[in-house]
Every structure is written in C-alpha cells, then in structure tokens.
Design a protein around this ligand. Structure first.
Ligand SMILES: *Cc1c(COP(=O)(O)O)cnc(C)c1O
Length: 408
C-alpha cells in the first residue's frame, strides 16, 4: 500500500516493479532510505555516519579520473595532518578492507621473512588478535598479557624487552575497544626505542585515531593503523596505515601477501597515483566529506570534546539507574564503556538487547572474558541528545523487564 502510494505520487506505474519484488521477495531498495529511519549504533563498529557523508557516495568515479586522484592525495595529506606528523617523515597509505586488514598488512609488510620476532602486548580481545595474526602468518611472536581491567604496564614491558633482545617489533592497541581502556602508548614507545633502538613500534589505534590525541613523534610510533569507519566517521571500506617512511622503505619484498603489501601499495600510489587493485571509490568520496566535517567540528579537539560529553552523559545516566561500570574510575576512556550485567533475577542480556533494538537503539555484547558485561559505545555520528534518548530507552526497557530503578 505504502509502495503504491509513493510510486503513484511520482507518476510511476508500479505493476512491473511490484511483480518483480513479489517474485524476489524483496522490496525495491530505493524506497527503503526514505521510509525507514536509521538505527542508532552504540557499538564498536560499524558506526553511524551523517547524511551528508552518505550522500557524498551517490556518484561513480573512475579510478584514473583526475578528481579521484586529487581526492586520494587530499585524504593522504589530511591523515598525516590529523596524526600530527610531518609528511617529510611519514606517509599515509590507504588499504582496502576493514581495520583488521590494515593491521595484518602492517605485520605482513614490517616483519621480515626471516628473523622476525614480535612482542604482542594485550589487555583484551583486540590485543589478542595481534598475536592471532602473527600465529596465522607463521611469524615468531610472544604475547605479553595484562588484565582486561588494567592499563598495559610499561615497567613490565621494559622487563620483557630486557629479557629478549631478539625482538624486532612491538605491537599494542591504543584504545582496547573490548573494555574501553586507553593504554599508555607514548610511555611504552619510549621504552621500546630505549631498550631496542632497532625495533619497530606498531600501534593499533583503530578506535581512537582522530578523537584521542596521541603524540606519534614523542611515542616513536613507526606504524599506526585505523580505519575509515571509526572516529573519523566515514563509511566502512578501507583502513589506513600511517607509516614512518624510513621504516617503510626497509620493507620491500617482506610481504607474503600480495594484496596486503603496504610497501607495494605505497610505491604504486607514489609513482602512479593509482591503487594497485580496484579502489573503494565511494568509500573515499564519503571519507573526504567526513574529513571536512571533522574540520568544521574543530578537528581532533572538537571530536574529542563531543565524544567526551557523550560518554559523561552515558556514565552519569547509567550510574543513576544503578548500573556498574566494569572499569574503575581511574580509567578515563571516552570511546566505549563496559557495564556489568545487573544482579536482578529478571535481567537477561538478549531480552535487554532486543527490547532496545526494537526502539532503534543498538548496543553490543561484552567482549571481556572474565566478567559478564555489555558495552555501549558513544563514537560515530552520535550527539548528546542521542545519549539522552538512549538513557530514556534503557529506563523504559528496565521497567518493561520488571527491574525497578535504581538497581541494587
Ligand atoms: C574495530 C577495531 C578493530 C577491527 O576492525 P575491523 O574493521 O572490524 O576489522 C581492531 N582493533 C580495534 C582496537 C578496534 O576497535
């Protein structure tokens, strides 16, 4: 009925289309965006994006088009600026795929085929993934673990480095998105270069880049990875590596993977301004719009301020309802917050999740191993009004589930 009305309005005879969609069991896709609101994503990703970012994708661009070439140049330049690094020493290399593809591409590229020995520092699921990648690649590695509710401890890292002089790379996560902990990247980086000056320091800053200031220069970071659809609020489709050129130049021929070779990708971009394989043209159009929106928000400082405000509202509102945070207050992360399951006998995460989802509020199960938690993210295209609305929905859902507030 609704479809017919819309089509009639546009003066289109709907018969052929409705027949087709009846056969396929589908609704015409072009009707969906105007008739359905987006859900709000309070998750670690994929994340919500602005309408203008989505609209920037409504074009086709050829990869050899001068416009696309200058777009790639703009994005690479801008990423170095956001990272606060000089382009004389660093370069930004976009890699097709999700964030993990970017992380894996750095291991492939920066680990020599012979003699590589990686120290993977972890205090959560994303840190553990670093070790898993080395394992699958068949690269020698060791995991240095910390509790999920604690920071990475630089003193313990230093001890590990002193104990094994054959380490060629140290890898760690900046914001451990499984709990929300911010790790002391600069302190660790300084120790890494002090203990093993010849080693490579690699940071997965997926969920923090662009919203949490990080001094790459002071932290001696050689490689950093993030992706288009985290704090920079583009659409998913590619990751990017911020690489120290002097280190990247040592990496020719290392990669055991053709598509994940950052050096080769870099060399091609520099020489021909072209990606080696089909570039994510639409995602890059969206990303350049997202970068303009970052600028108009006041850059990293502006984004950090909005996310901090989102997070403070969330934490205060949840506390008022009696929800307990997984992390102690000394943790000042403002990307994602883990909450313990309430003790009330009526609480069931699936019901809680589903009822929120029915109100278009999407939260996320926990990813910590040692406690039952759920997570609420506050990054992406989310604003204080969205956080307040989410809190009102949580309140209603608790009432629905027969859990009187405040929880005890
Ligand atoms: C989101 C995230 C990833 C993984 O990104 P994908 O896009 O899912 O591959 C890796 N590390 C951290 C810290 C993240 O937050």
């Amino acid at each position: 009925m609704r479809l017919r009305l819309i089509f009639r309005h546009r003066g289109v005879i709907p018969q052929a289309l409705t027949n087709l969609t009846a056969v396929q069991g589908l609704r015409p896709l072009h009707v969906t965006p105007s008739t359905m609101a987006d859900k709000k994503l309070f998750t670690p990703g994929p994340l919500g994006t602005s309408m203008s970012v989505k609209q920037a994708m409504l074009r086709d661009l050829g990869s050899r088009d001068v416009e696309f070439i200058s777009l790639v140049k703009y994005i690479r330049t801008k990423l170095c600026k956001i990272a606060g690094v000089p382009q004389s020493e660093f370069t930004a290399v976009p890699m097709q795929g999700s964030g993990t593809y970017g992380v894996e591409s750095v291991f492939q590229t920066a680990c020599p085929r012979k003699g590589a020995n990686v120290l993977c520092i972890e205090n959560g699921a994303y840190g553990k993934r670093l070790g898993k990648i080395c394992d699958v690649m068949g690269v020698k590695y060791r995991v240095l673990s910390f509790p999920e509710n604690e920071f990475v401890d630089p003193v313990a890292v230093q001890k590990a480095l002193k104990g094994d002089r054959s380490i060629t790379m140290v890898a760690m996560v900046h914001c451990e998105t499984s709990s929300g902990v911010f790790n002391p990247v600069v302190e660790v980086g300084q120790l890494v270069k002090h203990e093993l000056p010849g080693s490579v320091f690699f940071v997965d800053a997926m969920s923090s880049f662009g919203a949490v200031p990080l001094d790459l220069m002071r932290g001696h970071v050689d490689f950093l990875v993030s992706s288009a659809n985290k704090c920079l609020e583009g659409v998913p489709g590619f990751a990017y590596v911020i690489a120290r050129i002097s280190e990247l130049n040592k990496c020719k021929g290392n990669s055991r993977s053709l598509s994940l070779d950052v050096f080769d990708q870099y060399e091609n971009l520099e020489k021909t301004s072209q990606f080696r394989f089909t570039p994510p043209t639409h995602a890059m159009l969206a990303f350049s719009q997202a970068l303009r929106e970052l600028d108009s928000e006041g850059g990293v400082a502006g984004r950090s301020a909005r996310y901090s405000e989102n997070c403070e509202l969330l934490k205060a509102g949840m506390k008022e309802m009696g929800f307990k945070e997984f992390l102690e207050p000394k943790h000042k992360g403002y990307i994602i917050t883990s909450f313990r399951f309430p003790q009330h006998p009526n609480f069931n995460f699936n019901t809680f999740y589903t009822k929120l989802n029915e109100k278009d509020q999407v939260i996320y199960p926990g990813k910590v191993l040692n406690a039952d938690c759920f997570r609420i993210g506050n990054i992406g295209h989310l604003f204080p009004a969205d956080m307040k609305h989410l809190l009102a929905c949580v309140r209603e859902v608790c009432k629905d589930m027969g859990m009187p507030l405040p929880l005890t």
